[in-house]
Write a protein that binds this ligand. Structure first.
Ligand code: FAD
Length: 432
């Protein structure tokens, strides 16, 4: 089988590796140069995925310790510390990309750098290949790992495009510590939710090498004036933060929404950010994309073909094992990003939202509520009933969507799939 993968995204490279290893003829087209892949910064990844997919950890990986989470106005932080085994690993994105490229190439995938794909070749709505450098390249399957604003996805009818409030535009830079200054020993990793009451978050994290990792992310757009104000506030709250950028220093986009309702078409499959495979609030795009890339390869290799009903099995597995969980977190994110900033600040400082609650959301460990803490929450909650009712309604909408996501039709039956996606659209449109 001939496979074409658009983009050296993490999921695309995992699919390339597994499909080439399984005997497919795989070509990956990547518009950037090899040394410019991914980003010049470090990100957190849930460690289980490395063992599961037998990917070695990049050499400079280290454990992420406790995070201090601030609500709007940056008053009292909540500290989130997971069990050591569940802690994310912090790794260098370029080191990871290089490792995945080498691994895919050594399994037999041909990787063509600085070779952008221009368009899809479609016949009767079926994807048959791609146009590269003006030439037609036919394939049994085109895997689209080209990122959140995939022009290929946009060229096919009926596939989701992200709305403005479904992605963050984020500034990311590593700054020098001010001469002679030091970050406090505790509280070195500060995350500000709804920073300055705005739709988004910011962070200032002291890295082990003495630099400060700064992110300012806002939904839809990040005008320079908003960025300048946010950096000024971060400097006021973190007086050791200088204005000298030592690494990165660019804007980039991260999806913060539920996965696309449809991941596959005849001859075509979406993997990674092109299918919005991130759990909002957790930067889990890398792990989810890697797993999805493997699931796609598993489905194709098991069936020995890349027909639509085979690709659908990939979507079903992704939805049941990963995607359904995204809907609940997405609902919480939507609530956090749109709730009244003063009430949200109150929820942070009154003890209603605790370190343990946030840990459950951020680490995927889930909630556990003792009778005593439930009573305590009730006592705090009673005077705040309207706010909580809204929060409950939002979470319930997420749970409903998650249930529907799990009830995805087992087989590709066009009528059943249409009914399922229609219901998905109805529930996402109606949610509070
Ligand atoms: C600021 C920021 C912080 C993040 N933090 C984390 C984190 O801590 N943990 C985490 O797990 N995730 C994090 N993410 C998300 C993570 O980067 C992605 O979810 C993950 O890498 C999957 O993206 P992708 O590989 O699908 O797409 P991308 O990384 O966008 O890769 C797409 C690739 O396709 C190539 N391409 C595009 N168009 C074409 C074309 N026409 N032809 C050929 N090639 C093309 C691009 O050059 C690129 O290499 C973060 C993202 C950002 C922006």
């Amino acid at each position: 089988m001939r496979m074409i993968i658009i983009g050296c995204g993490t999921g695309g490279l995992q699919a390339a590796y597994a499909l080439a290893k399984g005997g497919c003829d795989v070509t990956v087209y990547e518009k950037k140069a090899r040394e410019a892949l991914a980003y010049d910064w470090r990100d957190n990844v849930e460690p289980g995925v490395f063992a599961q997919l037998e990917i070695p950890f990049p050499e400079t990986t280290y454990l992420c310790e406790c995070v201090s989470m601030y609500g709007p106005n940056a008053e009292k932080p909540l500290f989130i510390a997971a069990d050591r085994a569940a802690l994310d690993r912090n790794l260098d994105r370029r080191e990871l990309a290089e490792l995945l490229v080498t691994r895919a190439a050594s399994a037999g995938a041909a990787i063509r750098f600085e070779t952008p794909v221009d368009a899809l070749i479609t016949e009767d709505g079926k994807v048959r290949g791609v146009i590269v450098g003006g030439k037609a390249e036919k394939a049994d399957l085109v895997i689209d790992a080209s990122g959140i604003f995939s022009p290929f996805r946009a060229s096919l009818p009926g596939l989701a495009e992200p709305a403005n409030d479904e992605y963050f535009v984020a500034w990311r830079a590593y700054y020098k510590m001010k001469d002679g200054a030091e970050a406090p020993e505790e509280n070195r990793r500060r995350v500000y939710l709804r920073h300055m009451g705005q739709n988004g978050l910011s962070w200032c994290v002291a890295e082990p090498d003495g630099t400060l990792d700064v992110l300012v992310g806002r939904t839809g757009e990040l005008p320079d004036a908003v960025l300048a104000d946010a950096l000024a506030r971060l400097r006021a709250d973190n007086p050791y933060l200088s204005d000298a950028v030592v690494r990165a220093g660019q804007k980039a986009v991260i999806p913060i929404r539920q996965p696309a309702a449809i991941l596959v078409r005849e001859g075509y499959a979406l993997v990674g950010d092109s299918a919005f495979m991130t759990i909002p609030l957790r930067g889990s795009g890398i792990a989810q994309s890697l797993r999805a890339g493997q699931m796609l390869a598993d489905a194709v290799l098991a069936a020995g073909n890349a027909y639509l009903h085979t690709l659908w099995k990939y979507q079903v597995r992704f939805y049941r094992e990963i995607g359904a969980k995204q809907f609940v977190t997405d609902a919480i994110k939507r609530f956090v990003l749109t709730a009244d900033a003063d009430k949200l600040r109150d929820a942070f400082t009154c003890g209603l939202i605790t370190d343990g609650d946030l840990r459950g959301i951020m680490t995927g460990e889930g909630f556990s509520l003792s009778a005593r803490s439930a009573l305590e929450k009730l006592r705090i909650a009673l005077p705040r009933t309207p706010f909580l009712a809204k929060m409950g309604k939002a979470a319930l909408a997420g749970v409903r969507l998650s249930r529907l996501a799990k009830a995805i039709p087992d087989r590709y039956d066009p009528a059943k799939v249409r009914a399922w996606t229609d219901e998905m659209t109805r529930l996402t449109t109606d949610r509070p």
